[in-house]
Design a protein around this ligand. Structure first.
Ligand SMILES: CC(C)[C@H](C(=O)O)[C@@H](O)C(=O)O
Ligand code: SF4
Length: 415
């Protein structure tokens, strides 16, 4: 029987020839990422084990990214716990290097790997054809101690991409459209697989943005076919694929969607759900207090370029805060070289260090009561960016930047 990409990766990690949805398998994990959101809890549990040990320290990558630099005495204590433990055990450790998923993509992930991350957006790694999935710290600890875990083989939703996105329309608009179409529970415990001719028109940054957000439709993981764009990206970063899987012609999908990229328009997700999507044009004129360009979804150099091109020679609207936060130190450096940071500074934007920033909403840039934020972050749940009575609209880098310039929601073509 034919298999999907998710099934092939699980079969390889379980050391069996064939798996099918609903089977449960013990799997060997390739990598284990954890960040400052929960690692202190993992360490506390680890210290209570009867026989604490790490199966293979080389699999572990720990990243301080959510509250960087540290914003409270409480956070300082959990960061110190993480740092000390990483040092004692020789765990690969990053702090200030950027948002965990971007750091993982730049430095570690390769095609065909099976990766657990103690973070829900670990599905981003599907951009290079790796099975990444988010786990809680208990599952993380088990995997850390044994090097293994178990997986229920998910069904797969297949998205056949056709055509090409129009000018001024971005990957972010595409994935918000898909989430709006299938709903926040539309892919619960399923793999979302992307392929087709249209995929070849999307660069690695687009692919990361698409896979990253699939968890907002409930997906267990997201996966893209490995192609020349994947191989070139890996080569540029000094890596080779572990496996280059694509689905068999007779693979079984729970459902197949044909998506015509030419039909996608700029989209906005309205407060307080990621699937509350409408064409951005329906939100024109909505007053904003703050705009955020950053996060693991849209803080890459490609996103900053889009924003910088729009804002060059213009100013952020009076009394609006525009926070620009590169997703990694590497992105920041590249933006400096290209004069992009200068452009943002000249416009009156506030450029911050690489971190989760407003997307996480408990470190910097939090919004107050009744305030409105337009954001390239991943979530717009009530209170996510600050006060419980505040409002978040999600959109592409272009729509966010255009809105920062206008002081109200607008699209780039209307500037
Ligand atoms: C802190 C972390 C556990 C959390 C997640 O799992 O996604 C965060 O990154 C988020 O985006 O809400
Ligand atoms: S940038 Fe946002 S979505 Fe990404 S890891 Fe940080 S808090 Fe989570």
């Amino acid at each position: 029987m034919g298999m999907t990409i998710a099934e092939k990766i699980i079969a390889a990690a379980a050391g069996v020839n064939e798996v099918k949805p609903g089977d449960i398998h013990t799997v060997e994990l390739d990598r284990l990422m954890s960040n400052d959101g929960t690692t202190h809890l993992t360490i506390d549990m680890y210290n209570k084990l009867k026989n604490p040990h790490i199966a293979d320290v080389n699999k572990l990558v720990w990243i301080v990214d959510h509250n960087v630099p540290c914003d409270s005495v409480k956070t300082a204590a959990s960061h110190k716990k993480m740092r000390d433990f990483a040092k004692e055990h020789g765990i690969k450790f990053y702090e200030g290097a950027g948002v965990c998923h971007q750091v993982m993509m730049e430095n570690h992930v390769t095609s065909g790997e099976l990766i657990f991350g103690a973070d829900s957006h670990t599905c981003a790694y599907g951009a290079v054809g790796a099975f990444g999935t988010g786990v809680g710290c208990t599952d993380y600890l088990y995997a850390m101690v044994t090097g293994k875990s178990w997986l229920l083989v998910p069904e797969t939703l297949r998205f056949n991409l056709k055509g090409k996105l129009k000018d001024g329309v971005y990957a972010r608009d595409l994935i918000l459209t898909i989430i709006g179409k299938i709903g926040a529970n539309g892919a619960n415990y399923m793999a979302m697989e992307f392929g087709g001719e249209g995929l070849k028109t999307l660069n690695m940054s687009d692919r990361i943005s698409i896979c990253n957000l699939c968890v907002e439709a409930g997906a267990k993981t997201a996966l893209m076919e490995v192609d020349d764009i994947t191989i070139d990206y890996l080569k540029e970063h000094g890596r080779k694929p572990k496996h280059s899987f694509s689905s068999d012609a007779d693979a079984k999908f729970a459902k197949v969607y044909d998506i015509n990229l030419d039909e996608i328009e700029p989209i906005v997700a309205k407060p307080h759900f990621v699937d509350s999507v409408v064409p951005a044009k329906e939100c024109l004129g909505t007053h904003i207090d703050e705009a955020f360009l950053g996060s693991c979804n849209n803080g890459r150099i490609e996103d900053l370029r889009v924003g910088a091109e729009l804002i060059k020679g213009k100013k952020v609207a009076p009394l609006v805060r525009f926070l620009v936060v590169p997703a990694s130190a590497a992105v920041y450096e590249q933006a400096l070289k290209e004069g992009i940071i200068d452009t943002f500074m000249e416009s009156g934007a506030i450029v911050m260090n690489p971190n989760c920033s407003v997307c996480w909403g408990s470190c910097q840039g939090v919004i107050g009561e009744n305030e409105v934020l337009i954001s390239t972050g991943t979530r717009n749940f009530k209170g996510r960016a600050g006060h419980k009575d505040s409002f978040i609209y999600l959109a592409s880098a272009a729509t966010v930047t255009a809105s920062a310039i206008k002081g109200e929601i607008t699209t780039a073509d209307l500037l």
